[in-house]
Ligand binder design. Sequence first.
Ligand SMILES: O=P(O)(O)OC[C@H]1O[C@](O)(COP(=O)(O)O)[C@@H](O)[C@@H]1O
Length: 703
Amino acid sequence: MRDFEQDQRLKCLTIEFLEDIIYSPNLLPAEHKAASQLLKLITKEESESSRVDLDKLLALPQTPCKESIETLSALEIAEQMTYVDHQIFVSIRSEEFLGQAWMKTDKATRAPHIILMTKRFNEVSQLVVSEIIRRSNMTARIHAIEKWAAVADISRCLHNFNGVLQVCAAFTNSSVFRLKKTWEKVSKTTKQTIEKLQTIVSSDGRFRNLRDALHRCDPPCIPYLGMYLTDLSFIEEGTPNFTEDGLLNFSKMRMIAHVIREIRHFQQTPYKIELIGKATDYLLDPSLLLDDDELYQMSLEIEPRTSRLSASTIQTLPSSLSLNDCFDKRTTMNLTPMLKRPICPSGAITGPVKERTLKKDYITLNRFINNVEMNKTSTSYQFPQLMMAIQTAVKCVAITLKKCGLAQMRSLGTSEQHFPSLDGRRLEQYLNEVFVNLVASTNTVSLIICKDSEDAIRVETTRSGKYIFAFSAADSQTRGSLEYSSSVGSTFAVYRKTDSTSAVGVDDKDALQAGKTMLCGGYVLYGYCTVMVLAFDGGSVNGFTLDHAVGEFMLTDPNIKIPTSAKLYSVNEGHTHSFDPSLVNFIEKIKVIKVGEIWSARYSGNLVGDCHRILKLGGIYMYPASKEYPNGKHRLLYECCPIAFVFKQAGGLAVNGKQYILDMIPQKFHEKTPFFCGSRDNIMQLMQAVGMTKQPSNETEAE
Ligand SMILES: O=P(O)(O)OC[C@H]1O[C@](O)(COP(=O)(O)O)[C@@H](O)[C@@H]1O
């Protein structure tokens, strides 16, 4: 499109060419369709390019403006702020978002509109600070704060979240924030409004609330650009452009495209706001802006300092953070310090701060979910929320099992509510409830499939989201595990609803997806320590260990890869009498001692524990069909699939003897299947022994 913007002749020729195609009778319907879509796009671009001339709009007023916050209404100010911001926002071209152009030395040419948006942000913030501080009279100052709070609240109603942030950032500017006496007199309602707005734009949880608001609002809307620039920076810096094989990393490009598409979505719908010259003149008047030093000095005069710090110390510290500062650094746009604490320090930094070299990068699961893996899987804010809830559920299960173990052993038999230990079945139900309640509370899932419930659990429509969660909180071995102090395991899988854009209308069948469509799969082993193994679509497999003392999962086993083969097998040999003869043959062959080929057998009768051992050491896990269990014992959807997904991502394989587990489409929620998983070569040997010939594909084998 940019080529067309710069070359009108090229544009005319293309339009002519497309029109010829549309009227040509000799082409296929698909070609006609493609041509008319392109034509629509190019001509639409034409109408878009007839947008307001930014230079004219932003031209500085010739004479100082006569208007003020006393003469203009909050509505006029908010509307005109929105008008100007929107005109700049819609002018940002997609390519300005590429390669962190806004941070490069040639940013003025590569990302001029992003830079303009940044500049405007800082100017409006500065105007708000200046208008408050310049009023030396307390009542006038309070009035100014209340007026700007009203402007921010109207901006929120107009879906101008950029505007909300501009004003909120001004309130936390040190010159304003430190005015204790003034703030004491500001009305309770205004303070509540400001608090509400600050909660919306808080950077907590990667702007969780702001993302939520954006996803719920219909355009027109002006999102906060810094949030998207942060997302793009993370993707750019956290993911290589090329794969290990030197191929273009398409999954990275898709992530970037996803963010840009979301921005484009908000650029499409214009506001129906008329330009009011007197108000825009006021907003653009540079003579109303005071500089940071001046502002801080005036602030000290209005309310003299009571702190023990000397004036000179305070003056050497930055009096405010500007959006530009944030952009120019890493664009991590951490507004938390701006919004949550005064920038005016209470403990001064007196000397140069020494840089400290980190010997080890401690990665908590929270950090991992938010910054690393989430970017590969989804740029949706819902996904980390769901992952956090799973994490909390796992912690609750771990703690409950610990407490129950003691209660059981000592026959303490305390209140069932806290130690539902004496009846294993009830304990299982309780653990299931923990998962269901925590996950359902996040508003991110529509359906939950759980081992403990025959039917799918449907989350009420107003609280449902775009994911499907299938899990087993603890296998039935739990009862025995508690009695004999052996380990317990959870397994879980996250799928996307087939129509993830629609908030309603999830069908039970949506949960019956092949394992290969999974977004995240994993398991937890509650043993002498609690270990969670997670695999994400297109990502690596990572193990986290719960540090009970601090209640955090720490990355202890990064990028797990299963050995390609090992001489280790895990099966309940007590059942061999009724296994398929070809399988019995395979197991018997394993046991024949050859030089240097002695196999070991390990079987605890706990699915997760047995599989985890195989994942770490290599070899083969088997739960085949038998007389007692003609379809094996493990459930396809929420036990076999997540484990198969982990094995696949770690370089292993999982089959049922006839098909790859990840290719299988469950017909029922609780369908069982024979299950074999392990090292690639070992599983291939088994496949050969039982006559399974289908070769692994990209979707069943690690990439
Ligand atoms: O005792 P077996 O037949 O070897 O079965 C052991 C398997 O049964 C389980 O305990 C599951 O039992 P449930 O099917 O009753 O939930 C698994 O954890 C384990 O892998």
